[in-house]
Design a protein around this ligand. Structure first.
Ligand SMILES: Cc1cc2nc3c(=O)[nH]c(=O)nc-3n(C[C@H](O)[C@H](O)[C@H](O)COP(=O)(O)O)c2cc1C
Length: 255
């Protein structure tokens, strides 16, 4: 018990030891100078005033939400990072099982080692697409469509809402694409303000602690998605590691 990792940073350290350097660098790294990668974390740490309330009845706390028709025990979802098999043999299935055990939703982009049906049968899986032709996509599926990668009010209010998608995800894809785009937590309020509650706004990028989840929700996100921490839990301790990471992020004051 004494050497049990107590936070996401320690899971990351274990993942670094467990994975071949090339795989670890792929998961942990960002694009170019990695400025946005650092900013995704640093911008959370610049939000420094959480005002606790006392004399509030907290004997019954219900963090569950219903989003896109799915009920989930907390406003936390697993972001699509693909290639979970690099972090652990059978990685996608183990992550799906952990998601089901913790009652959170898992997003999928594509499955490399198993079919989408196999994973979908293990948990509530929502599929995220990276396509631009929304009208075409709407014509071929009745699945809810979310646009991922929104970073400003024009894309959010004018394009995403008017085009009729079911939700948007404020994301810079974990700082894996264009470097020097802003940290996602820095633009969340602007996007939430533009959407004005018409569709759900999800958020990802840099969440490493329960207080980060709290900050994103306080700034208007309906739910958050977690990318790398899930991979670190998987690489370090398989399904158990993923479950522990999710449990730690559900707590507002993990170590
Ligand atoms: C190794 C890796 C692969 C990823 N692959 C995809 C992908 O295929 N599709 C996608 O929409 N986002 C992808 N992402 C971005 C994640 O969905 C998510 O936006 C990001 O990881 C969230 O930031 P976080 O890792 O700081 O939690 C990837 C991220 C990583 C780290």
């Amino acid at each position: 018990m004494g050497d049990e990792p107590v936070n996401v940073k320690e899971y990351q350290e274990l993942a670094k030891q467990a994975l071949p350097k090339m795989y670890y660098d792929y998961f942990a790294g960002g694009s170019e100078d990695q400025h946005t990668l650092r900013e995704n974390n640093d911008a959370f740490q610049r939000i420094i005033s959480i005002w606790p309330r006392i004399l509030v009845d907290v004997s019954k706390i219900d963090m569950s939400i219903t989003i896109l028709g799915y009920k989930t025990s907390a406003p936390i979802m697993i972001a699509p990072t693909a290639m979970h098999k690099l972090a652990h043999p059978g990685g996608e299935i183990l992550t799906a099982k952990a998601a089901a055990a913790c009652d959170v939703i898992m997003g999928l982009t594509f499955m490399s080692t198993c079919t989408i049906e196999e994973v979908a049968s293990s948990c509530n899986a929502v599929r995220f697409f990276q396509l631009y032709d929304i009208a075409w996509l709407k014509s071929i599926t009745k699945l809810p469509i979310l646009i991922k990668g929104v970073l400003n009010h024009e894309d959010a209010a004018i394009k995403a809402v008017e085009i009729g998608v079911e939700g948007i995800i404020v994301s810079n894809h974990g700082a894996c694409q264009l470097d020097y785009v802003p940290a996602t937590i820095a633009v969340l309020e602007e996007v939430v303000g533009a959407v004005q509650g018409r569709i759900p706004v999800l958020f990802d990028g840099g969440i490493r602690r329960g207080t980060d989840v709290f900050k994103a929700l306080a700034l208007g996100a309906h739910a958050v998605m977690i990318g790398r921490p899930i991979v670190y839990g998987l690489a370090a301790k398989g399904e158990y590691g993923v479950r522990r990471v999710i449990e730690m992020l559900k707590l507002p004051h993990s170590q």
